[in-house]
Design a protein around this ligand. Structure first.
Ligand SMILES: [Zn+2]
Length: 412
């Protein structure tokens, strides 16, 4: 079947599914059982899950998967939790939600409800995604919905910041899942109005400059790591970047020095390079490296000229601390047709967006993947004032379930 012919049949299939009695029952459960979903969401948000410290939350999730009667519940060696709803094919549809937060272990997790709103760190990102995944698993079983392709539910670690997508990377480095997951539906945060089908790539570095240090008066002229970095930042900041493909750079953290009257022995900075194009990221990385080389040379030159034999120098070390591959869903991808048909069926309007999510990993491997919200509305992500509004959550849940069932029906 050629691509243009497929969409009307997908639309028909989505309409047929949505009209089935089991689906109608599931949709009404999504409304009726809202208080249970909010309960799970608050409960999971109270379990700390800082980057590289998600094990308590992995355990919590594995217990919920067990309670819901899902099969093959297991946790892999990085802390990703899996559960299966069996079907008939070899290829799986995955639904995943990252379980990590950006908040350090010491953050007070004051999670509370006021009316339809939930408040507290991580309650939306990704409490909303985890709650949506559990809601879908729960209703799938209670409404006794049969699906063709099997589903794998994944609570994955390491999506945020320096987690660098390590959880999802590990899923796709595991032969068993890499061979089987054909379609990935990633639930991240709140909302029903977006489809992330394009993976924003990023590369991050920690740059450490080291020098001999010294007294600000008696050792004046000794090369300074702080000044070397400042020179490099100045030059990096003048690097031209195209508006399209959108490309950005940021020096987000700078540290260093000992005291006001010391020539520093070390200084460091953290640099974030982003683009929708891997070629632009490569170009920016080269520009950053050239800026650093020139900055170090310029900083070392006067001391070398004074004492060519025993010149004291500043040196730079560049450590890659993050690398998220770019990629995108082909315009004729089945997953894109399915979500569009689902949105049309539900009367929902959504925009295709580009972002950095767990979908970067399957997309960069040429697999079909999208990231969508868990319904409702949210705000204040990555702050202590984070909130989630449960109103309209059921639209997001219907959207996820219908997408998975339609994929399962037409994706073999
Ligand atoms: Zn998130």
């Amino acid at each position: 079947m050629s691509a243009p012919e497929m969409s009307p049949s997908i639309q028909q299939e989505v309409a047929r599914l949505a009209g089935m009695p089991e689906l109608r029952a599931a949709f009404s459960r999504f409304r009726r059982e809202e208080s249970q979903f909010a309960q799970w969401q608050m409960e999971v948000s109270r379990v700390p899950a800082p980057p590289f410290g998600e094990s308590a939350r992995s355990e919590w999730l594995a217990d919920r998967f067990q309670e819901l009667g899902l099969g093959c519940v297991q946790t892999d060696d990085v802390g990703n939790v899996f559960a299966v709803s069996p079907g008939y094919g070899q290829r799986y549809i995955s639904i995943s939600a990252h379980i990590d937060t950006v908040f350090p272990a010491t953050t007070p997790l004051n999670i509370r409800q006021q009316g339809s709103r939930l408040y507290g760190p991580g309650v939306s990102d990704n409490g909303a995604g985890i709650a949506a995944m559990l809601a879908v698993a729960s209703v799938l079983r209670s409404a006794e919905i049969v699906h063709t392709l099997p589903f794998v539910f994944i609570g994955n670690v390491g999506e945020e910041g320096e987690g660098d997508l390590r959880g999802m990377r590990h899923v796709f480095q595991t032969q068993h899942w890499a061979d089987r997951i054909a379609y990935s539906v990633i639930v991240d945060g709140a909302g029903s109005d977006t489809v992330v089908a394009e993976a924003l790539g990023s590369r991050r570095f920690e740059v450490i400059a080291r020098g001999p240090g010294g007294h600000s008066w008696s050792d004046f002229g000794t090369p300074s790591p702080i000044i070397a970095l400042a020179r490099a930042i100045q030059s990096l900041s003048e690097t031209p970047v195209p508006a399209s493909p959108k490309t950005t750079f940021n020096v987000g953290v700078i540290r260093g020095g000992t005291s006001v009257n010391s020539i520093p022995e070390s200084a460091s900075m953290r640099v974030d390079l982003r683009s929708t194009s891997m070629a632009e990221i490569d170009r920016l990385e080269r520009a950053m490296r050239v800026s650093l080389d020139h900055a170090v040379d310029a900083e070392n030159l006067p001391a070398a000229a004074r004492n060519p034999r025993r010149a004291q120098t500043v040196q730079c070390e560049i450590v890659e601390i993050g690398n998220r591959p770019a990629g995108e869903l082909a315009p004729d991808a089945l997953l894109l047709k399915v979500i569009r048909a689902v949105d049309a069926q539900l009367g929902n309007t959504a925009q295709v967006q580009r972002a950095s999510t767990d979908a970067n990993i399957p997309l960069s491997l040429g697999r079909e993947a999208i990231a969508i919200g868990g319904g409702g509305a949210g705000g204040g992500a990555h702050t202590l004032q984070e909130w989630f509004d449960c109103n309209g959550r059921d639209l997001g849940l219907r959207r996820i379930l219908l997408t998975m069932l339609a994929l399962s029906a037409v994706g073999e």
